[in-house]
Design a protein around this ligand. Structure first.
Ligand SMILES: Cc1ncc(COP(=O)(O)O)c(C=O)c1O
Length: 395
């Protein structure tokens, strides 16, 4: 504590957070203010902003399973997984996820974020090097920061850059970390090549398949399965249950000894209340739907490519989708916000990505395709997005 006359003065309690106002002013100046827009349960708006790729979040089989589980098991899980939070539902979900994706074992977390934090930190540490693609998801970046490992973030989708970083690392043990489908532009990582590089250097590969699971691979088994890497002894996959499965939660899939290690050491698993039983039941039911309706992932891909090609034909600068995500470049953060707001006024909700959510600093509208989009939905979406576009958005 400062005494009177010392170099620093004591700030009054009501001024302690004054610095937040100047930070807020800087964000406003840069067009980076974010607003929460609570939605009602019923809406006429067409949703191209959420991640409910298979349209299962409100499916009666999925939502009904969640409701039934809440009544049977309770609204919350009552504790962490290692105390009272593990129910038979969690065990069944882990078994079914591993079986579906072709992995030896799985471990369910309370979110994809905590799954990534747990997997990256537990599989690295001060004695490790980590090599990541520089566009990985924020949750993986946080894992790297917490890991105390030597971290090298290399050029996007560049196996040679990964190989160089591995060849010049100073720690023997290493982990290569990538998204399978990058969340901003929806492009696919070169998983086969990354795995080859990892094997040349004798290190593990961790793939976040949040946007690939349910959309890519045979019947939606994911990008890791599509690359022929499911069940490999040196590959670990992380998932979220909140996108294709329309539920909530996350998971890590991999060799049994990896899963055992996470149970004993992953702090975001050990010190976190377990996933709610309703979410576990919803994810299990959604997995059942995916197994029964293997055509759903193909519909997502068709809708994404239809959206992208029609917007490009209208002169907008769109990404070429390799999964459900389509991005459309905006001239500036401010114009991205106004563009998204204009789309919403005309009944189409789109995502708006601005710094710091975009690694290259380019603001975009971010659209997500769903299996349940109709031809009329696509017509409406394209018309509204094109008609609302700012002048500078045309390529
Ligand atoms: C690539 C990726 N990984 C992880 C997550 C985090 O998953 P969750 O929302 O379940 O925490 C997300 C998104 O939300 C994501 O896009």
């Amino acid at each position: 504590m400062n005494s009177p006359g010392s170099a620093t003065t004591i700030t009054a309690p009501e001024q302690v957070f004054d610095w937040l106002d100047s930070e807020a002013a800087k964000r406003a100046e840069a067009g980076l203010v974010r607003r929460l827009r609570p939605r009602g349960s019923e809406t006429e708006q067409l949703d191209l902003a959420g991640n409910d790729y298979l349209g299962l979040a409100r499916d009666k089989r999925v939502a009904g399973a969640a409701a039934a589980a809440a009544l049977r098991w309770g609204a919350g899980s009552t504790g962490s997984r290692l105390v009272t939070g593990s129910t038979e539902l969690h065990a069944e979900l882990e078994h079914e996820l591993a079986r579906f994706c072709g992995a030896p074992a799985a471990l369910v977390f309370s979110s994809g974020f905590t799954a990534n934090l747990g997997a990256v930190t537990a599989l690295s540490g001060a004695e490790s090097a980590i090599v990541t693609d520089k566009y990985i998801h924020a949750s993986l970046i946080e894992g790297c920061r917490l890991s105390r490992a030597d971290v090298a973030a290399v050029a996007h989708s560049d196996p040679d850059a990964v190989a160089h970083a591995l060849a010049t690392r100073r720690k023997q043990r290493a982990l290569v970390v990538t998204d399978s489908v990058f969340s901003v532009d929806g492009d696919l990582a070169p998983l086969g090549e990354l795995s080859r590089v990892c094997r040349q250097h004798g290190v593990a590969l961790l793939v976040d398949d949040a946007h690939g699971f349910g959309v890519l691979g045979d019947g939606g088994r994911g990008a890791v399965a599509a690359a022929g890497l499911a069940g490999e002894p040196d590959v670990v996959t992380t998932l979220t249950l909140s996108k294709s499965l329309g539920a909530q939660g996350g998971a890590v899939l991999g060799p049994r000894r990896v899963i055992r290690h996470l149970v004993d050491t992953a702090r975001s698993f050990i010190f976190d209340t377990a996933l709610a039983p309703s979410s576990a039941a919803a994810a299990l039911a959604a997995l059942g739907v995916l197994r029964d309706e293997p055509e759903l992932p193909g519909r997502v891909l068709t809708a994404a490519s239809e959206l992208s090609s029609r917007l490009a034909a209208a002169g907008l600068s769109t990404s070429i989708p390799e999964a459900a995500v389509v991005s459309v470049r905006a001239p500036s953060p401010e114009e991205a916000v106004t563009w998204a707001a204009r789309c919403a006024e005309h009944g189409v909700r789109v995502g708006c990505f601005r710094p710091p959510s975009v690694p290259d600093g380019v603001s975009r509208l971010r659209l997500t395709a769903r299996a349940d989009l109709t031809e009329a939905d696509l017509d409406r979406a394209v018309r509204v997005i094109v008609d609302s576009a700012p002048e500078g958005a045309r390529a």
